[in-house]
Each structure stands twice: as structure tokens, then as C-alpha cells.
Design a protein. Structure first.
Length: 293
């Protein structure tokens, strides 16, 4: 087992609980996931198995797609309905046209102040742990990229956004900030992650559907989960170099900082990093994993 499973996490289930259906099938191999979904959220939860857990950060860097639902005229300490929700006394009646008029301001590179109830660490402590104790964490603004943003549904006080964005984007914060520009507030009522890179929700499998018999059939090869890096096929001679952590100097100069090295059996053997002298050495080395297979 070396690859990724595209799980469809249901609402009201923690991300770790969702992947436990895979954990029990592949023990003692490691299992991890690329990007936590809050219990309120559903959708794509990319789950890494075996050595693929070392590649999680590459999947996390991929663009994400979401559908987020919000209710105007309310505020919450968690910015969603899972927290303490308070209705505004005299909220303005916002129209579809008003929301559509401010949406362009949130496309492109923007800054967000993360929610107090987030997994970000402040002096080594998760912000949400401080928030539960009533301590307000000093969270710095973060730059994220909103590639596309559409008002897909509107019926006051409810609206839905369809979003394609960079990793690290807080959708609940996006809805809140849009509302604030219109002199009101909003809480997120539902969230579905519809895509992470190449992993689409329509191709996902629910945790309870994963079995010993079908798991391998739903496994995505690790190199297919990282389309942002180019691949190069290497022969056994080069493969031997990586086995011994020896640098490889390609005959023709390759203008890439990082590459995925695939052997002639189409197996990922290394994530390569270019050195100052033009040689490539394994940043992540999987050659040993395949030695006895």
C-alpha cells in the first residue's frame, strides 16, 4: 500500500474518525490525511497510506474547491453554526446585487485574519485550545489566493459561494469578510470541499464503503496525486545511485528545482531536489521501499 484514497467525509464526523476506516484495514502501515475538515464540513479528504504520508505536504499545496453556505445577520465565536451564534438586532436586508458587487474585491491575492477557533499554533498552542479557555490569540493576517469566486445561490438571509482557492484559505472567514464589507455579519452553515487538486468529490468513496477487497482499486498512485511536479523515468543505473544516496547528473540540463523520479515499472522512487552544481539528489527517497517487491 503506497498511495492515496479519495475519501468523502460525511458531515458531523471528525477527519481522524473518518480515516480510521482505512487505518484498521492497513495496519501497521501509517495513515494520514491532507487537510483537516471540521465536523461541520463534508467532502474530499485525501488520505495517504504507507510512504505516501511523507508526500502529504505536496497534496496540501494543491488548489482546493469548495461550496460554502452562509446566513447573513448573525455572528459566531467560531464563525460557523457550531459555535455560539448570536443574531444581530437590526441587520440590513442585503440583496443579491450587493453581494455580487463586492465579490470582485475578494478575487486574487487577499489577506485573511484566521478564526480564533483554528488549528494554527500560537507559542506552541493551538489557537482553538486558547479560544476554549476564553483567551484571544494574536493571529497575524495570512495571504491566500482566491482564483475564482461565484455567488451560486441567494435567498436572503442565506447565500452560497462556489470557491476555487489556494491551500490555507478559511472559507468561513471569507463569508464573514464579505458580509462585513456590507455592514453586517454572517455565519457559515454548511461547507463541502468538492476538490483537492485532481481529487474530485464525484470520484470519492465514503469511509464505510472501503473494504479490504476494494481498497487497492481505489488507490491513486502517489505521482498522480502531485501533478504540480514533473516526472522523469530513470533506469536501474540511476536508481542504484539513489539507493546509495549518490547525486545524479542528467546528460541534458533539466530546468526544474524538483522532480518526481519514476522507475521503469512506473513506481515512484524519489522526490528529487536540484543542487547548485546541477545534480539531483533525493529529497524524499522511496527506493528502499521497493527493494523487496
Amino acid at each position: 500500500m503506497f498511495g492515496f484514497i479519495n475519501l468523502n467525509k460525511p458531515r458531523n464526523l471528525g477527519s481522524r474518525t473518518a480515516i480510521n476506516s482505512v487505518v484498521k484495514l492497513v495496519r501497521p502501515q501509517k495513515v494520514g490525511h491532507a487537510g483537516t475538515l471540521d465536523p461541520l464540513a463534508s467532502g474530499v479528504l485525501v488520505t495517504a497510506i504507507g510512504p505516501a504520508t511523507r508526500l502529504i505536504r505536496f497534496v496540501q499545496d494543491a488548489d482546493k474547491e469548495y461550496r460554502g453556505s452562509f446566513r447573513l445577520g448573525a455572528t459566531s465565536d467560531t464563525e460557523d453554526i457550531m459555535g455560539t451564534v448570536q443574531e444581530l438586532r437590526t441587520p440590513p436586508a442585503i440583496s443579491r446585487t450587493q453581494i455580487e458587487s463586492v465579490i470582485p474585491n475578494f478575487i486574487g491575492a487577499i489577506e485573511q485574519i484566521p478564526p480564533q477557533f483554528s488549528a494554527l499554533k500560537v507559542d506552541g498552542v493551538r489557537a482553538y485550545k486558547l479560544a476554549r479557555k476564553g483567551v484571544e490569540a494574536k493571529l497575524k493576517p495570512r495571504r491566500v489566493n482566491i482564483h475564482s469566486l461565484e455567488l451560486s445561490q441567494f435567498e436572503y438571509p442565506n447565500f452560497e459561494l462556489t470557491i476555487r482557492c489556494s491551500g490555507g484559505t478559511y472559507v468561513r472567514t471569507l463569508g464573514r469578510d464579505i458580509a462585513k464589507t456590507l455592514a453586517t455579519d454572517a455565519v457559515m452553515t454548511d461547507l463541502q470541499r468538492t476538490a483537492v487538486g485532481r481529487f474530485k468529490v464525484e470520484d470519492s468513496i465514503s469511509p464505510e464503503q472501503v473494504t479490504t477487497e476494494n481498497l487497492a482499486g481505489h488507490l491513486t498512485r502517489p505521482q498522480d496525486a502531485i501533478p504540480q511536479l514533473d516526472t522523469i523515468v530513470i533506469d536501474d543505473h540511476v536508481r542504484e545511485k539513489f539507493l546509495n544516496a549518490v547525486a545524479w547528473y542528467p546528460e541534458n540540463e533539466l530546468d526544474r528545482e524538483q522532480l518526481l523520479a519514476i522507475d521503469q515499472r512506473r513506481r515512484l522512487v524519489a522526490v528529487l531536489q536540484r543542487q547548485a552544481d546541477g545534480g539531483y539528489t533525493p529529497k524524499l527517497n522511496f527506493v528502499h521501499y521497493w527493494q523487496d517487491l
